[in-house]
Design a binder for this molecule. Structure first.
Ligand SMILES: [Zn+2]
Ligand SMILES: [Zn+2]
Length: 307
């Protein structure tokens, strides 16, 4: 069932869903947050998380969650029924510990859900697939819900959205994001380092209409790396690709006071990769600012599957 599924992930909470289901909302942070993924019809999966040092009583938590939904429904004079059931441990629960219970509810919408305490990321997570009562999404829901918090690549968080899956070291936290189908940008920061991942959609139709990829990189992309003396060279890759590296330049460093005043740290070095994927008609770029040896950008290049 899940061959063509994609990973949707935010702040280290991820799941697998059919690839035509799309991330439509994100909010919050690592300690408390939410995302929603919509199907092309009227179903959706919603996920909420909250940091918890210890495993709570999941049955009790599920009851509280369902009672609140029931109260809201009754206020609107809509019928509401629900059930909590035990669940078999997932492979991730067997590996990392943690536990979960399943639940269902029926009202003007119906849902299959899973409330879990993740032994890996130490969070209480509630996921539910909500649909029209007539739709039978039991099999699909079980597969989606069972994939929450798989943590398949320990040490890395998968940030997954709009057909883009970027594994990022857990030590780097999200600082800024811009999510559009034509342009996705994720900026992360950790101690003395900063990582910028960008993807341009519709590359050939718009960005590369009147210019080659190499020229676009030189004129539009590399020039945006302010405060560094950057050199770039093409690199072996299945795609037209370029690797670049730069050292902080004193003159440029002084000239870029403005960006320092904006609160951006300027580590000694920057390294990165950019490539044009003709198959998906998208441009990808990974830029890592760091103090010494990085090695992160070639690893990310390998981990990011572009088509
Ligand atoms: Zn987890
Ligand atoms: Zn590609």
């Amino acid at each position: 069932m899940s061959d063509n599924w994609s990973v949707v992930g935010w702040q280290g909470v991820s799941l697998r869903a059919p690839s035509d289901w799309n991330l439509v909302a994100v909010s919050g942070e690592e300690n408390k947050g939410y995302f929603r993924v919509d199907s092309p019809s009227s179903s959706a999966v919603e996920v909420r998380w909250e940091a918890a040092k210890q495993a709570p009583d999941l049955d009790a938590k599920a009851d509280i969650f369902l009672d609140a939904l029931g109260k809201t429904a009754r206020k609107k004079r809509i019928s509401f029924s629900s059930r909590v059931k035990s669940r078999k441990p997932t492979p991730a629960e067997e590996k990392y510990g943690g536990d979960s219970v399943g639940f269902t509810w029926k009202s003007d919408r119906s849902a299959y859900g899973r409330m879990l305490y993740c032994g890996y990321c130490k969070r209480l997570v509630v996921g539910q697939v909500v649909s029209e009562p007539k739709q039978d999404l039991s099999g699909l829901s079980a597969a989606i819900l069972g994939s929450i918090c798989e943590h398949a690549d320990p040490g890395w968080n998968t940030w997954g959205l709009y057909d883009l899956q970027v594994p990022v070291p857990e030590s780097l936290g999200l600082k800024r994001h811009s999510l559009m189908s034509s342009f996705v940008e994720l900026e992360f920061a950790g101690r003395g380092e900063r990582l910028l991942v960008q993807r341009w959609g519709l590359a050939a139709n718009t960005l590369l209409k009147k210019t080659s990829f190499a020229d676009w990189l030189a004129n539009s992309y590399l020039r945006g790396i302010e405060g560094y003396r950057v050199v770039a060279a093409s690199v072996e890759d299945p795609h037209e690709a370029l690797a670049f590296e730069g050292r902080r330049s004193l003159l440029k460093f002084l000239l870029s006071t403005i960006s320092r005043l904006r609160g951006k740290s300027m580590p000694r070095s920057v390294t990165g990769r950019a490539w044009y994927c003709e198959d998906s008609n998208r441009i990808y770029a990974v830029r890592h600012y760091h103090r010494g040896d990085s090695g992160l950008d070639p690893v990310l290049r390998d981990k990011i599957k572009c088509h």
